[in-house]
Design a protein around this ligand. Structure first.
Ligand code: 2BA
Ligand code: 2BA
Length: 115
């Protein structure tokens, strides 16, 4: 089993969740904040069988296609001194995905026949 951790834009996350549930996968969405822009994004966790990871990645890719340029105005930011020097424009959208091996997965209560 794998845990797929997908960081996506707010505006893509509903579409992604619809596709995930439509494919019979399970997911949890967490509100998160990007360290660079300090604006909201969503982190979607999917505990998933190994053989369904390719399907999962395809759904993420399809739901999170758009990338747009965002101008960072360090002077307007209360954290201006933390921005890397010279960085003014960044591209956001798409998805950042981590795939982690799951040592163990449990769901409680256990099914009646196994108790
Ligand atoms: P943010 O940290 O708000 O970053 C938004 C975008 O700003 C990034 O888009 C990237 O284009 C740019 N950016 C971020 N850090 C930068 C840096 N140190 N120098 C120059 N440009 C930088 P994405 O790469 O698509 O990332 C979107 C969001 O995914 C990020 O939001 C962050 O929440 C997450 N993320 C991306 N890479 C990550 C990583 N290696 N580990 C954990 N979270 C990550
Ligand atoms: P939800 O996604 O809101 O799901 C609530 C309940 O709806 C689930 O209870 C399950 O009975 C049903 N359900 C969810 N997705 C389904 C699907 N694709 N097809 C058919 N039925 C579905 P639980 O299984 O007890 O899950 C409770 C919560 O735990 C879920 O809330 C989700 O946030 C999280 N979760 C469960 N399994 C997960 C997994 N493999 N990966 C990530 N999060 C998971």
């Amino acid at each position: 089993m794998k845990l797929v951790i997908a960081i996506v834009q707010d505006y893509d996350s509903d579409r992604l969740l619809r596709a995930i549930i439509g494919a019979g996968l399970y997911a949890t969405r967490i509100s998160s904040t990007g360290g660079f822009l300090r604006s909201g994004n969503k982190t979607v966790l999917l505990g998933i069988e190994d053989e369904r990871v390719p399907l999962c990645l395809k759904l993420i890719e399809q739901a999170c296609k758009d990338r747009v340029a965002v101008e960072v105005a360090p002077s307007a930011s209360e954290f201006s001194e933390w921005f890397p020097a010279g960085v003014h424009d960044v591209t956001v959208g798409g998805a950042v995905v981590f795939i982690v091996a799951v040592a163990r997965f449990e769901k409680f209560p256990l099914p009646a026949e196994s108790t």
